[in-house]
Design a protein around this ligand. Structure first.
Ligand SMILES: Cc1cc2nc3c(=O)[nH]c(=O)nc-3n(C[C@H](O)[C@H](O)[C@H](O)COP(=O)(O)O)c2cc1C
Length: 318
């Protein structure tokens, strides 16, 4: 994002980053930057217009009531206060985060975030492409329109956090990266869904990621790092110190961690930094740039490479 950071390990948006004392610990543990817990579009709209728009969006029973309750007053003031306090307390960059489902009037709030002193804004665009009436173009236009409007509203760098649910992921990510944004963060993760077989109800599955999710992140980092025209943050499934090195080798500029901090504690950041330093010493690298992207899929045909791997390993397995 054009920000100077002392480590490529950054802490992603989550509950831990909504508390000043924890942010202090995160800095002390050696994180390069911190992305604050997201403020939701609904929270902003509820205060600015005293009305949560997109009411028709919440057709699920009780969802609208929940959202109205969740977006109680003062969320906006509290968020601005969090940014200001974080900026006064720590030296590492503070990135504010907005979780949005439309490109509506909440966008004005971005200016408040900038004025509060945030070093950047991350947009977590939360659109699961599940509406049969929405085409690929409609979905992608939402991302582009939102970026265009917010880019006009603020001067601080903008990071865009996306999910991997796109038909033309590589093409789309490249298009986004050409829109004068400062960073792309892969991946945003939707709540996992499970089923209560006795109550006959849908229920949320585990909230944190597991260690196997890293492989999907490695694959896409290796593919996308060669097509993006802006820096790339990779995250999702970093549960082992070596995972951060793997993502840098795949071409990430920064590596984001969240779940492992819940599982192992904030010290995991220090362990990742120490492992990275040891790795660089072992391989005689003086800078990250000397090895970043070394295993990215440089060829024009990563799918051919991955197809051959599939044929080689899956078809031979007895
Ligand atoms: C408890 C929890 C809260 C989260 N809250 C947010 C959030 O407010 N905004 C956001 O963009 N991502 C949020 N995330 C997603 C993380 O930032 C991250 O993208 C995801 O957990 C994958 O990274 P990980 O494998 O290191 O956990 C949250 C994740 C967890 C586990």
């Amino acid at each position: 994002m054009g920000l100077e950071i002392s480590s490529p390990i950054i802490v992603g948006s989550c509950g831990l980053t909504s508390d000043i004392e924890t942010i202090k610990k995160i800095e002390k543990a050696g994180a390069g930057a911190v992305i604050l817990k997201s403020i939701f579009e609904e929270q902003i709209l509820n205060e600015t217009s005293n009305n949560v728009r997109n009411q028709e969006f919440y057709t699920f029973p009780e969802a609208y009531d929940y959202v109205m309750n969740y977006s109680q007053s003062h969320a906006v003031d509290k968020y601005i206060d969090l940014i200001q306090k974080a900026k006064q307390t720590v030296k590492i960059p503070i990135i504010a985060s907005i979780n949005c489902i439309s490109s509506a009037e909440w966008l004005n709030f971005a200016t408040n975030i900038e004025q509060a002193g945030a070093d950047g804004i991350e947009l977590n665009m939360f659109l699961l492409p599940s509406d049969v009436n929405m085409t690929t173009d409609d979905v992608e236009r939402f991302y582009e329109d939102t970026i265009r409007i917010i880019r006009r509203a603020v001067r601080i760098p903008i990071s865009v956090k996306i999910s991997n649910h796109f038909t033309d992921l590589a093409h789309f990510v490249q298009r986004l990266s050409l829109m004068s944004i400062a960073n792309i963060n892969i991946f945003n993760r939707f709540m996992m869904m499970d089923v209560d077989i006795d109550e006959l109800k849908a229920k949320p599955a585990h909230i944190t990621t597991n260690k196997d999710e890293i492989y999907e992140t490695i694959r896409w980092t290796a593919i996308l790092s060669n097509v993006v025209k802006c820096p790339l943050t990779a995250g999702g499934g970093v549960h082992n110190e070596a995972d951060a090195v793997k993502l840098l080798l795949a071409g990430a500029n920064t590596v984001q961690i969240v779940s492992s901090l819940y599982d192992k504690g904030i010290d995991f950041i220090t362990e990742c930094n120490e492992f990275l330093a040891q790795y660089m010493l072992k391989h005689k690298y003086n800078t990250i740039e000397e090895f970043r992207g070394k295993i990215s899929l440089k060829s024009n045909q990563p799918s051919a490479f991955l197809r051959v791997q599939f044929m080689k390993y899956f078809s031979d397995m007895k």
